[in-house]
Design a protein around this ligand. Structure first.
Ligand code: E4P
Length: 226
């Protein structure tokens, strides 16, 4: 299972790549806002970071960038996607999973611009992303859990449908909030998990590890000769 970082902050991207070897990045308008930079500055900075780290390439280190969420027709979405995509070959264009968005994503994939169909909350939406051969589909599991829904059953359904139908679209479990969700996604053989840096770091932290180290330090110190 690959790990993407869900962030537009360069320091977080740099740390996650250099310390933990993440495989890509996902952003959204909220992450761009949290970076404290205007949209174009934020994405150009990420493009430059990609270059500096010799990660340029369509298949190397995908960076998902979302189009202006106010756009409500396929023609405008396609135009904006083309502009964003021209900035960096690693960019994958995030398109909302609605009627106009799916029309736009289909056209973009046909012209070789990769898409990430986002804001997906039902298996039937995920099916459409697979049918149009989107590069990625992003079901938001954290938002489902917050709404009291069962993210495991939801992702199991999507994953089964994709296997049965042979869709090549890669599934990104998005808005992942806990280590438990990460392990469930791995168990379900989901392709990719995307989460924030704090969630990623929390997922390999356990209070018993700290507790155990305390016990071992104590024993070490009491051992004769140390
Ligand atoms: C995924 O691609 C989205 O950017 C993300 O997971 C959205 O959720 P969040 O910002 O609530 O984590």
């Amino acid at each position: 299972m690959k790990f993407f970082l869900d962030s537009a902050k360069l320091d977080e991207i740099d740390k996650a790549y250099k310390c933990y070897g993440i495989d890509g990045v996902t952003t959204n308008p909220r992450h761009i806002m949290n970076s404290g930079k205007p949209f174009l500055t934020a994405i150009n900075d990420i493009a430059n970071w990609v270059k500096e780290n010799h990660l340029e390439g369509k298949e190397v280190f995908p960076v998902s960038v979302e189009i202006n969420p106010h756009l409500d027709n396929a023609d405008d979405m396609v135009k904006e996607a083309r502009k964003i995509s021209a900035i960096c070959e690693n960019f994958v264009i995030k398109i909302p999973c609605n009627l106009e968005g799916l029309k736009a994503a289909k056209r973009l994939e046909e012209e070789g611009i990769r898409t990430n169909v986002t804001l997906v909350f039902s298996p039937s939406q995920a099916i459409q992303a697979g049918r149009i051969n989107a590069k990625f589909v992003s079901p938001f599991i954290g938002w489902k859990e917050t709404n009291g829904e069962d993210a495991r059953a939801y992702m199991e359904t999507i994953s089964n449908i994709y296997h049965v139908k042979g869709y090549e679209t890669e599934i990104i479990a998005a808005a992942v909030r806990t280590g438990r969700e990460i392990s469930i996604m791995a168990e379900l053989d989901v392709d990719i998990v995307t989460c924030g840096l704090a969630v990623l770091e929390d997922s390999f932290t356990h209070p018993y590890t700290k507790h155990g180290l305390g016990i071992f330090c104590d024993s070490w110190d009491k051992t004769e000769g140390n």
